[in-house]
Design a protein around this ligand. Structure first.
Ligand code: 7TS
Length: 413
């Protein structure tokens, strides 16, 4: 069972209005799809509403009261992000639409300026499509090679082979996820960054699944770029962050062109604005960024270490319980793992399984989870994934396990 003190610290369902409703089946809603999108606490929903009701206006443009309030709110959110990830400066915090846009920004800006034929971009076999395709797209144009670091039988990055690949190839960029959205593996980023730098490469980290769950400290990790999404950490969709070391961002060309990202424009050309405006062309997602700031307040009030501990405990409990379900196969067995568990159940198709779970009021995700090459490597076309967050309780896990047992019986009969 989950130790009493943990479930008492994080008994947070009442903060999340969406979780306090009944599923159309009449069962309680059991939300186990937080790795896709987490839910928002009242404080975030209210903050976004408050912006819409009281100070909706464009930022960095007007000298009227509403615009100034909106600018203050937006820039305060940037300050909160800076503190949350321990960046050195607010200039290193670029608001994006999400992780996908952040990685595309790095590929299209840093990559376009620095990668050429003969170079190697080194990714891992457990990457989400958003950390593969931006480099494949650019490679088609520039002629560099994309290689993949293999993973071990337990679903971990093979550090020996990683070092070998760095030594044997002209690697310019390492792109790796901090936490796999399928296997749950938490990768040793500090060590990987140290090795990348030793061999003269930069490292770009996909923090979509780690930032909501554990302390991410840019100084301790010493990574060059780090991207994450608001909607997986109690904030709305449509906002994310790209952190980049200031010197790198300063040397990079803009990604998108338009309003706000310039110093001066003439018929003949333009000069880009200072950071971070250089990378924030057009009207940003203001309400969403303000919501992200409040989500950070909420996570910090609970304590990111407490959240990490809670999710670890829930995940360990879930693994113990799930392993007892007949014919289950769980993918990923790293001792260092986050709150996602992907599995198959005999030869029941993943989509049928999630449909059966939905009939019980349980929300999980089925499919390849935007990691098709990884699924091919695992020898399956689809898995079912349960994922947990700060509001997940042992009751949620018990309902999942009960429903899985029922499904096994149903398909047997
Ligand atoms: N990287 C990882 C590791 C992810 O899990 C996701 C989203 C992304 C990048 C992309 O984030 P976005 O906010 O730009 O879309 N992953 C998932 C998932 O696992 N299920 O739905 C979305």
């Amino acid at each position: 069972m989950i130790p009493e003190h943990i479930s008492t610290i994080l008994n947070l369902k009442s903060d999340f209005p969406i979780l306090n409703q009944t599923h159309q089946t009449g069962n309680p809603l059991t939300y186990l799809d937080s790795a896709a999108s987490s839910q928002m606490p009242t404080i975030v929903i209210e903050a976004v509403n408050d912006y819409h009701r009281r100070y909706h206006a464009n930022v960095h443009r007007g000298i009227h009261q509403l615009s100034e309030l909106a600018t203050e709110g937006y820039e305060l959110a940037r300050k909160k992000v800076k503190g949350f990830i321990n960046a050195k400066s607010k200039r290193e915090i670029i608001f994006t639409k999400g992780t996908t846009e952040g990685i595309n920004l790095v590929a299209q800006s840093w990559g376009r300026a620095n990668l050429k034929e003969g170079d190697v971009v080194l990714l891992s076999q457990m990457e989400h499509h958003s950390n593969i395709i931006p480099y494949q797209m650019l490679a088609q144009e520039k002629g560099f090679t994309v290689r993949f670091i293999p993973i071990t039988a337990t679903g971990e990055i093979d550090l020996v082979v990683y070092q070998q690949l760095l030594a044997d190839n002209p690697v310019k960029l390492v792109g790796v996820t901090h936490c796999s959205n399928v296997l749950g593996t938490i990768n040793p980023i500090t060590e990987m960054a140290r090795l990348a730098h030793e061999y003269g490469a930069i490292i770009v980290v996909d923090g979509a699944q780690s930032t909501p769950h554990m302390p991410v400290d840019m100084q301790a990790l010493d990574v060059d770029f780090f991207a994450f999404s608001g909607h997986k950490m109690c904030a709305p969709t449509g906002v994310g962050v790209l952190y980049g070391k200031q010197a790198l961002l300063e040397a990079m060309p803009p990604f998108l062109g338009g309003g706000s990202m310039i110093n001066e424009v003439t018929w003949d050309g333009f000069t880009p604005a200072e950071l971070p405006a250089k990378f924030e062309a057009g009207t940003p997602n203001i309400a969403q960024a303000i919501g992200l700031g409040y989500a950070i307040d909420y996570l910090q009030a609970i304590g990111i270490e407490n959240i990490h501990q809670h999710v670890q405990t829930v995940t360990t409990y879930a693994l113990d319980q799930l392993r007892q379900v007949p014919s289950i196969q769980i993918y990923g067995d790293s001792p260092s793992r986050g709150g996602v568990i992907a599995f198959t159940l005999g030869n029941i198709h993943a989509h049928d399984l999630s449909q059966a779970l939905d009939f019980e009021g349980i929300a999980v995700r089925s499919g390849h989870h935007c990691a098709q090459p990884l699924h091919r490597l695992l020898g399956v076309s689809a898995t079912t994934r349960a994922s947990f967050y700060l509001y997940t309780t042992s009751d949620d896990i018990d309902r999942l396990v009960q429903a899985l047992n029922k499904t096994v019986q149903f398909f047997k009969g």
